[in-house]
Design a protein around this ligand. Structure first.
Ligand code: C2E
Ligand code: CA
Ligand code: CA
Length: 378
């Protein structure tokens, strides 16, 4: 909704409640404190946002320098977005606000400043800790401190190891082991995931070149890697130089990545053209449902561990497992069960026609040397 002010009219006074910000659609606005104008804003400028961001009274006054038309931006349009934003963004906004306010002439109405309240500083701490962790992760990647471990994937019919899933590990020098759920998510928010992926692909490729040709390695891939053509060119060149056949590297795409089917189809087509089999990871937990089985061409379905963990406790999980097994069979896809921990789970999965199993029952993730020893002894 546009608000109009005649030249010379006050838009707000210092100390007024900060109920909205304004975007100038037409005309000019003077920002002043007492009698001193310290800025004149023009069409396209935003003002009045500061008090909205930190919910404090107006720190300056604003007056129409000419006839003006203003678009009012309601405070909740800004604050709700700020609430939902990444902690790093929130912390940066607060730091900037604090710095800017410290440049303004001091005003008694700001004593007991909310910015220094406990809640505000916690928000800032979370954001700054996150950005610190991100910088440390960047360093750890550069120094090669992100480890790759390999968890066996066994053939259910023979019980033998058929391949491995490559998983990343980070042992922080002070904080200890940091879960991949935390650091992979952090890496996925920036391009760092492409660097993590490069490490994993390099190591997996080298390991494959040393293992018997019947073994495969599954690698988790994220959206930013899938979108990055240079990344795939490098992977292909590396595999060629190591003499590793592409079908031995299977790409796991987690179901939660599949939000846009068109985009997922492009990813899958691109990787398929390169000769990499595609595996739907965490199958059954995402929101894209059964339709993806029709529209996306997976080679392998990896059923999420929640179904295996609960198959004896809750009959519904067993029923869904049975249906997934039948569908995979009819659509000619291979089936992997994740999180297999007991002999009885294994026997049931065998009856259901699962091809492969992965989980603590077969083995925990292990380092490259143990994988090589295992391969030598089989
Ligand atoms: P995911 O791909 O679903 O990997 C399986 C996770 O289940 C692994 O956790 C593995 O250690 C754990 N697991 C395996 N067997 C069992 C079992 O029998 N019982 C239980 N309770 N857990 C089991 P991890 O290594 O902590 O990885 C967590 C997630 O982090 C992975 O889930 C994957 O989504 C992601 N991730 C790990 N490494 C990478 C990576 O290099 N790149 C990408 N993009 N994602 C990765
Ligand atoms: Ca996986
Ligand atoms: Ca999984």
């Amino acid at each position: 909704m546009l608000k109009y002010h005649k030249k010379g009219e006050i838009i707000f006074f210092q100390g007024d409640e900060s109920d909205c910000a304004y975007l100038i659609e037409y005309g000019k606005v003077d920002i002043f404190i007492e009698d001193e104008t310290f800025d004149t804003l023009v069409v396209g400028d935003l003002f009045g946002e500061m008090g909205v961001l930190d919910q404090k009274p107006r720190s300056t006054s604003a007056r129409a320098a000419t006839d003006v038309a203003l678009l009012a931006v309601r405070s909740n349009q800004i604050t709700e977005r700020l609430q939902q934003s990444d902690p790093i963004v929130k912390a940066m906004v607060r730091v900037l606000l604090k710095r800017f306010r410290s440049l303004l002439p001091s005003d008694e109405s700001f004593s007991g400043d909310l910015l220094f309240s406990e809640v505000e500083s916690v928000v800032e701490d979370i954001g700054l800790n996150k950005i610190k962790l991100e910088s440390e992760l960047r360093g750890a990647i550069e120094r090669g401190e992100i480890q790759t471990v390999y968890q066996p994937i066994n053939d259910i019919a023979t019980g033998e190891i058929a391949g491995f899933e490559a998983l990343s590990r980070w042992e922080h020098p002070v904080k200890g082991v940091i879960s991949p759920f935390e650091f992979i998510t952090l890496a996925e928010e920036t391009d760092l995931i492409v660097d993590v992926g490069r490490l994993v692909f390099e190591r997996a490729c080298r390991l494959l070149s040393q293992l018997p040709a019947s073994y495969f390695i599954n690698i988790n891939v994220s959206a930013k890697q899938l979108d990055n053509d240079l990344f795939w060119e490098a992977v292909v060149a590396m595999m060629k130089s190591q003499g590793v056949a592409h079908h031995r590297l299977k790409l796991e795409i987690t179901e939660t990545l599949v939000v846009d089917h068109e985009q997922a189809r492009n990813w899958i087509n691109k990787c398929r053209k390169l000769g990499f089999p595609i595996c739907a990871d965490d199958f059954g937990t995402g929101h894209s449902g059964m339709e993806q089985l029709v529209s996306l061409d997976y080679d392998v379905l990896k059923v999420d561990q929640v179904f295996i963990r609960n198959m004896f406790e809750n009959k519904k999980y067993a029923t869904v497992l049975q249906s997934i097994a039948r569908i995979a069979h009819d659509l000619d896809m291979k089936l992997v069960a994740e999180g297999v921990e007991t002999e009885s789970q294994l026997q049931t999965l065998k009856l259901l026609g699962f091809n492969f199993g992965q989980g603590y029952f077969f083995g925990k993730p292990m380092d490259e040397k143990v994988v090589m020893d295992l391969a030598k002894n089989t």
